[in-house]
Every structure is written in structure tokens, then in C-alpha cells.
Design a protein around this ligand. Structure first.
Ligand SMILES: Nc1nc2c(ncn2[C@@H]2O[C@H](COP(=O)(O)OP(=O)(O)O)[C@@H](O)[C@H]2O)c(=O)[nH]1
Ligand SMILES: [Mg+2]
Length: 436
């Protein structure tokens, strides 16, 4: 990564044509460079938070590239914390390309990927968890992904981490103090309680990693069941349009069929499969084998069984804890009852909402939508390390416990990227009253 002393420039809007295209410029020379390329009010004389109409020009030839708006931000009140300009021009590839060229010619350097956000982090405008949320928000394709990214951006995740850190810092200070002044005596009870409480919080947060991954990347939902159970009808009902062929003859769907959908805000790739049976025809048999393989890899399987016919047994080898049992054709007189199964009728729509809610609940595996989730694998890894260290600390002798708690705190600090450990420990010790 190159130096912070450079002024960086980039096209901020996606490639292609749009009504507006944005060029970004940030760094110590931003206002100077802006003055060289802008025909209109001099940005060096404008206060932050202002915009002005004018023309972007080539500083060497004076050729006008485009006309538009210039937004002025002054340090530290900008996204990066530096002086920054945004050029809102017409969003064509030619304007953006030439516009960027002009900014580079006038003294800026091309920004590296993520460099604006990196600068925001280095200037203390964002912590690392927030920076990751910026990325997650830019990439959000579902409602859930968007909401969670926004929670992360508004520091809800960082605050959750801090709530785990604070009592551990207290505990560490306490252990250190009793190591230095053994006559004070350690209160093992207090230590165990603090560690157990932190472990509970960490486990709860780790539980959200799977939900976070699904919100970002989507889940694979495989619809499995005997021929004629109503699988394709169910797919269509979940989609809200007729994607799969529905027919009263068994063996209609011989290969599998995928369709994306957003279910209660969650991005889902739904897969309709060939009916599971001993198939006489080799093509259908291959379809059945493929269906079973897909089910084993799925985030969630819907096992669909026709409630108006003889009850089938699900095939062996379905992923444990990742199957929802659906009793289809619930509008017809039942041939069997089973409380494990959710009754659903595609004909009347009965049970569909309950099924959708159950799918969502199962996929989120206990993560509540009212709280912040982990937004990256990196965070989950750091948190898992903190958990392992705390487990090792639990019940250990004082000196070892101190080491493990400190290591756990370091792992937690990696999530937000704040140097809490050294600094906060120093602060606590300065104020620590041992004689108390
Ligand atoms: N009465 C009733 N019939 C249904 C329902 N769902 C599907 N069917 C019928 O069952 C037959 C098989 O449906 P289909 O979706 O093709 O089953 P698949 O082979 O499992 O994909 C078709 O004639 C559907 O109209 C339902 O909820 N109620
Ligand atoms: Mg079918």
C-alpha cells in the first residue's frame, strides 16, 4: 500500500452508462488539483459541505471534458477524513475515462482498491468492522444483507464486541493486580463468572456467522420428495410464478432446476429435483442420484410428502438438522398425520406463510434480526480464536489465565482493529487501587 501523502483519484460509479457518473479525489492536494481542472468557482475558496456548478477541463489544453457539479469536503469532515472532492458528471464511459485522466494529469494518483475506505480507517473515521460493513453494503443484494451491513456500519457490531471486551479487561487488570500483590488473593468465583459470561456472548455472536454468510451469499434450498408429491408446485408457489412444469404424471422433472428468489428478505437459490423413487429409466435414475447429492450439500432441504397418499420414508443420508418436513396437498383428505410435518396446500395457499417463516428461522439458525451479525469470515475466525483462548483460561492458574485472557482480548481487538489491549490495560492500571 502506498503512502497517505498522495492524493488519490478514482471513478466511483459502476462502468456503463448512467445519468450521473462520479469521480472522487482525496488527499492533501485535493483542493489544489481541483483548482487546476475546474472552470468555475475555485474549490480552494469554498467551505466544506458546498457544491458548485462548473466545467471539468484538461489543465494542459484547456479542453472542456464535461460540465456538472463539484462537491467540496474539507478535512476532517469527509468520508476519508482528508480534503476531498467529488465530481458529478454525465455517467458515460468516455466522460469518466477522460475525467479520470485529467485528474491524474493534474497530480493525483490512481487509487488502489478499497483505498478510500482504508484511509477512512487510518484516519479513525471507521473501525475495521465498519469498513467491512461498507463493503457488505456496497455488495448487498438482499434486504437482510442490506440491513445487517447498515447495522455494522452504525457500529452495532463494534459495540457488541466492546461489550464482550470491557468485563474481560476488568478481569485481566484484577488478575494482574493479584499476581503483583498475592496477599490480596484472587476471587476464583468472580473470574470464572466473567469468563463464562464472555463465552456465552461469544458463542451467541458466532451463531450469527452462518446467518451473515447466507445474507451475503444466499442459501441453497433443495426441494426433495417422491414423484408427484407437489415439489414443482411448491417451487412455483415460493417463486410466485410458474417456473417449473407441473403435471399429474409422475417423473415430470427428470433433471434439477434452479431459480433465485428472495424469501422474507433472504436471498435463496431454490432447487427443484427429480422425484425420489426406484426409477426404471436410466435418465430418471441419474436425476434421482443427482437430487440426493444436491440435498446432501444443501443449506436446507424441504422433504415434501403427499399427505393424501401413502406416507413415504425420507431417503437416508439427508443432512442432519437441515431438513424441514412438508405435508403437501393439505386441502385433500389426509391419509396420515405427523406433527413433525408442516401441512401446506399450494391449491389454497394454506401453510405457505408458516413454511416461509420456518425456512427463514432454520436458515438463520437462531440469529436474531434485531441484533448485529458478523459480516465476514475474518471476524468469525478472530472470534473463534477468542473463544478457544477463553476456554483455556477457564479454571487455569492465575498467571496462565492472565495470558489466555490477554490473548482472547487481542483476538477480539482484531475484529475492530483497535489497539485496545495495550492502551486500555495501561489506563486501567494507572487508576487501579490495590489497597481497596
Ligand atoms: N389438491 C392439490 N393438488 C396439488 C397440490 N400441489 C400439487 N398438486 C398436484 O399434484 C400433481 C403433481 O404436482 P407436481 O408439482 O408436478 O409434483 P412433483 O412431481 O413433485 O413436482 C399435480 O397434478 C398438481 O396439480 C396441492 O396443494 N393440492
Ligand atoms: Mg416436478
Amino acid at each position: 500500500m502506498q503512502g497517505l501523502s498522495d492524493t488519490i483519484a478514482a471513478i466511483a460509479t459502476p462502468p456503463g452508462k448512467g445519468a450521473i457518473g462520479v469521480l472522487r479525489l482525496s488527499g492533501p492536494e485535493a483542493l489544489e488539483i481541483g483548482a487546476r481542472v475546474w472552470e468555475g468557482k475555485d474549490p480552494r475558496r469554498l467551505p466544506g459541505g458546498r457544491f458548485t456548478y462548473g466545467k471539468l477541463k484538461d489543465p494542459e489544453t484547456g479542453e472542456v471534458i464535461d460540465e456538472g457539479l463539484l462537491l467540496v469536503f474539507r478535512a476532517p469532515r469527509s468520508y476519508t477524513g482528508e480534503d476531498a472532492l467529488e465530481f458529478q458528471l454525465h455517467g458515460s464511459p468516455a466522460v469518466m475515462r477522460r475525467g479520470l485522466e485529467v485528474l491524474l494529469k493534474a497530480g493525483a494518483r490512481l487509487a488502489e482498491p478499497g483505498e478510500f475506505t482504508l484511509r477512512a480507517y487510518l484516519k479513525g473515521k471507521l473501525d475495521l468492522a465498519q469498513a467491512e460493513s461498507v463493503l457488505a453494503l456496497v455488495e448487498a443484494e438482499s434486504e437482510t444483507a442490506r440491513r445487517q451491513a447498515l447495522r455494522g456500519l452504525s457500529r452495532e457490531l463494534s459495540e457488541r464486541i466492546q461489550r464482550i471486551e470491557a468485563p474481560l479487561l476488568d478481569l485481566l487488570a484484577h488478575i494482574q493486580a493479584t499476581l503483583d500483590y498475592p496477599e490480596e488473593g484472587v476471587e476464583p468465583h468472580r473470574a470464572e463468572e466473567a469468563i463464562a459470561a464472555a463465552l456465552r456472548e461469544i458463542e451467541a455472536l458466532l451463531q450469527t456467522a452462518q446467518a451473515g454468510r447466507i445474507a451475503r451469499e444466499g442459501a441453497r434450498l433443495v426441494i426433495l420428495g417422491p414423484p408427484n408429491a407437489g415439489k414443482s408446485s411448491l417451487l412455483n408457489a415460493l417463486l410466485g410464478y410458474e417456473r417449473a412444469i407441473v403435471a399429474p404424471v409422475p417423473g415430470t422433472t427428470r433433471d434439477y432446476l434452479e431459480a433465485p428468489l428472495e424469501l422474507e428478505g433472504l436471498p435463496i437459490q431454490a432447487v427443484d429435483t427429480a422425484g425420489v423413487r426406484e426409477a426404471p429409466d436410466p435418465i430418471e435414475a441419474a436425476g434421482v442420484a443427482r437430487a440426493l447429492a444436491l440435498a446432501r450439500e444443501a443449506d436446507l432441504v424441504l422433504w415434501v410428502a403427499d399427505r393424501s397418499a401413502k406416507k413415504p420414508a425420507p431417503p437416508p443420508g439427508l443432512p442432519e438438522g437441515r431438513v424441514l418436513f412438508v405435508a403437501s396437498k393439505a386441502d385433500l383428505p389426509p391419509a396420515w398425520e405427523d406433527p413433525v410435518y408442516l401441512p401446506v396446500s399450494v391449491r389454497t395457499g394454506a401453510g405457505l406463510d408458516t413454511l416461509k417463516a420456518a425456512i427463514k428461522e432454520r436458515l438463520l439458525s437462531g440469529a436474531s434480526e434485531g441484533e448485529a451479525w458478523l459480516t465476514s469470515e475474518r471476524q468469525a475466525e478472530a472470534l473463534a480464536e477468542a473463544r478457544d483462548r477463553l476456554k483455556a483460561a477457564h479454571g487455569a492458574p492465575d498467571d496462565l489465565m492472565a495470558m489466555e485472557v490477554e490473548a482472547a482480548l487481542e483476538a477480539l481487538a482484531r475484529i475492530t482493529g483497535t489497539e485496545v489491549v495495550e492502551e486500555a490495560i495501561g489506563r486501567i492500571f494507572r487508576n487501579f487501587c490495590v489497597g481497596k
